[in-house]
Design a protein around this ligand. Structure first.
Ligand SMILES: C[S@@+](CC[C@H](N)C(=O)[O-])C[C@H]1O[C@@H](n2cnc3c(N)ncnc32)[C@H](O)[C@@H]1O
Length: 257
């Protein structure tokens, strides 16, 4: 999946959805950043989390944000331009450009699921946190999805093709073990459920439908017409009052032992 300028603009709209804003509130409450702390946002994307973290740690604190997409870094820089306590840079999650034991806390939402070498990425997270430092990680389990369709075979094929957009479609199932292997204690795991029974332009699943339709075209034998028909059916179901979408994300709070 390419996080280029066009994708980032659409991600920014998608991540303004009420479900995603509510997820950010849960994330920020769970990580509980305090004034003066040093915080890291891994895979900052459009920078909403970076901005909120900067307010949490205040002017006496620091927030460092990184992403391997230039467009993400640029969007986060612009969003945080007025904040004096934010530094943003291009980097890889498997090679974090920060000293050992530097951060009091780190967050990473919807990033590790894209990373093939997850164990190296988690070792890097562990290295840059101070002893007792905390990390809040959110990833989606795409195999928890319930998305109603009158054509379940087509829905299943579309979702199978969509699995190709990331390295681990069901990372939360093993994330606790991977975190412990990297030297963390897992303090908490919460499910965050996205439920849409209406197909509203401001909703998460409405915007994801556009992303998925574009991604699955010409993958696993799905034609452009089939992808369009899949998306059209969701609109029709909504018109008939029969729309239903549910997907779970999982938040892990871990501590460096
Ligand atoms: C779905 S977005 C999530 C953005 C942000 N964390 C949020 O929740 O608003 C995933 C982000 O992870 C970044 N990313 C994916 N793989 C990465 C890697 N190996 N190193 C650094 N960033 C990565 C992408 O460029 C993208 O900006």
């Amino acid at each position: 999946m390419q996080f280029d300028e066009k994708a980032l603009r659409h991600l920014e709209v998608t991540y303004r959805a009420p479900e995603v804003a509510a997820q950010r509130r849960i994330l920020l409450e769970t990580i509980a950043g305090r004034a003066g702390e040093r915080a890291l946002d891994i895979g900052c994307g459009p920078g909403f989390v970076t901005e909120e973290l900067a307010h949490a740690v205040g002017p006496s604190g620091e927030v460092h944000a990184m992403d391997n997409s230039e467009s993400s870094v640029e969007m986060t820089r612009q969003r945080c331009a007025e904040l004096g306590n934010v530094q943003v840079q291009v980097a890889e999650v498997t090679k974090l450009p920060y000293p050992d034991n530097y951060f009091d806390l780190a967050v990473s939402t919807q990033v590790y699921e894209f990373v093939l070498d997850i164990q190296t990425a988690l070792s890097e997270l562990h290295r840059v946190l101070s002893p007792g430092g905390r990390a809040a990680i959110i990833d989606t389990d795409w195999h928890t999805i319930l998305w109603h369709s009158g054509n379940p075979a087509r829905m299943a094929r579309v979702l199978k093709a969509w699995d190709e957009h990331l390295a681990h479609a069901d990372l939360p199932r093993t994330l606790g073990t991977l975190l412990r292997n990297a030297g963390f204690s897992v303090r908490e795991c919460k499910a965050i459920s996205y439920l849409d029974t209406e197909f509203k332009p401001e909703g998460y699943s409405y915007n994801m439908t556009k992303t998925i339709r574009g991604f699955v075209r010409d993958r696993q034998g799905i034609t452009r017409q089939e992808a369009d028909a899949w998306a059209d059916e969701l609109r029709e179901l909504a018109g008939a009052g029969a729309y239903f979408f549910n997907l779970n994300r999982y938040l892990f709070l871990a501590e460096k032992r």
